[in-house]
Design a protein around this ligand. Structure first.
Ligand code: 26A
Length: 370
């Protein structure tokens, strides 16, 4: 009963793509869609809120949770009483849009589940703007998922009703047209929120990456993932070529895995040194820390590298919703371009800095170039 729909820009011009990594010798220079991303497409219902609203729904100022029945009136309340805006969201979809913002057209394809409704239209318009190709599993019965975003100062509280996004399945990934795209891609990016939805799809891409020396990137995405979805997360960790998280997710990972440390650098080292399926590539662990430096650990090396963020005046910040997703988008765009690690981090920080000046997880137009 599943319909697959394709919406993406048809571009007249073939763009030249330069790859700088000789080690990626299998990568064809003009291959289309080298990056495939997977997670939960959501519509963000975002408004500036206050303490009272957070308290009413039992939300923390800076958190990401799955909605329980008691949270469901939040969406109407945001729209009716807080002048909420509807903005394309979904963490990895934001990342995929970010990577598309930097890369030439026809570079990125994104998979996830939506409904057959007006919300999905808003997502399709946003992805068209950056030339991101989406291959949605369209659920005939469930609506497109929503994320209530309550902004207070530089914090954001995310409360998600996954709906159709929760129905993504391995059948969609393994359908001939989609699996062909997956086989063709050289880089996979998995949003950690997908561990709540379809771990078999994540495993299938991890296995494909390890067997063919492709690059498999996982973002831990939220503290509740290592806390409550530890088993599927750990099942995928041998496939991680790159693992990205922020400081609170790192702390949650350390706690749920009994690492016995709260030190971000030690956690980065521990993540880098987890057992690995594909031993041809050293794992890279990247931990962002808001305005504090980004920490990077490489498997087999000692210590960590530190990259101070691009400073920005507080009054230029619109909101931080999607800042981490934008970082990941810039970072993976760098990977796809074969840039060295320090450049990938710099590209991530550059795109995050652009995104926090926009409303929600968005990027500025006219386009800026890195
Ligand atoms: C399963 N959950 C909780 C989620 C999300 C999510 N994306 C996928 N799955 N909860 C929040 N988000 C998205 O995170 C972005 C900011 O990083 C929001 O849609 C928001 O755009």
């Amino acid at each position: 009963n599943t319909r697959t729909t394709t919406f993406y820009h048809q571009h007249q011009h073939q763009h030249h793509r330069l790859y700088h990594t000789p080690s990626q010798s299998t990568m064809a220079a003009n291959k289309e869609f080298p990056l495939l991303c997977l997670e939960n497409p959501l519509l963000d219902i975002q408004a500036v809120g206050n303490e009272e609203l957070l308290n009413k729904y039992g939300l923390k100022a800076n958190d990401a949770i799955l909605a329980e029945p008691k949270h469901l009136p939040l969406y109407e309340e945001l729209l009716n009483n807080y002048d909420a805006k509807l903005i394309a969201g979904g963490a990895a979809q934001n990342t995929a849009r970010g990577a598309s913002y930097i890369l030439p057209p026809n570079s990125v394809v994104y998979l996830g589940g939506v409904g057959d409704d007006k919300y999905a239209k808003i997502l399709q318009d946003a992805v068209k703007q950056v030339g991101l190709r989406v291959e949605y599993r369209v659920d005939p019965k469930e609506p497109t998922g929503r994320c209530g975003v309550v902004i207070t100062g530089h914090n954001r509280s995310l409360c998600t009703d996954l709906a159709a996004a929760n129905h993504y399945d391995l059948d969609h990934l393994k359908s001939p047209e989609i699996w062909k795209l997956a086989k063709n891609a050289e880089f996979y990016y998995i949003g950690g929120y997908h561990f709540t939805v379809c771990p078999p799809a994540i495993q299938a891409l991890g296995e494909e990456a390890a067997a063919n020396n492709k690059t498999f990137v996982v973002n831990i995405s939220a503290p509740f993932i290592p806390e409550f979805f530890k088993d599927p997360l750990d099942a995928s960790s041998p496939y991680w070529d790159v693992v990205i998280c922020n400081e609170t997710e790192a702390a949650a990972y350390a706690k749920s895995h009994g690492l016995g440390t709260e030190d971000v650098k030690s956690i980065a080292r521990a993540l880098a040194e987890l057992p690995k399926a594909n031993t041809k590539k050293a794992r890279v662990a990247v931990i962002t820390q808001g305005t504090e430096p980004t920490i990077v650990a490489v498997q087999g090396e000692t210590g960590t590298k530190e990259f101070p963020v691009h400073k920005i005046a507080a009054e230029k910040i619109n909101d931080t919703n999607g800042a981490g997703d934008a970082f990941a988008g810039g970072f993976v765009a760098g990977l796809v371009q074969g840039k060295p690690l320090n450049t990938c981090v710099d590209m991530g920080q550059w795109l995050a800095r652009l995104s926090i000046q926009e409303l929600g997880p968005s990027y500025p137009f006219p386009k800026q170039t890195y």
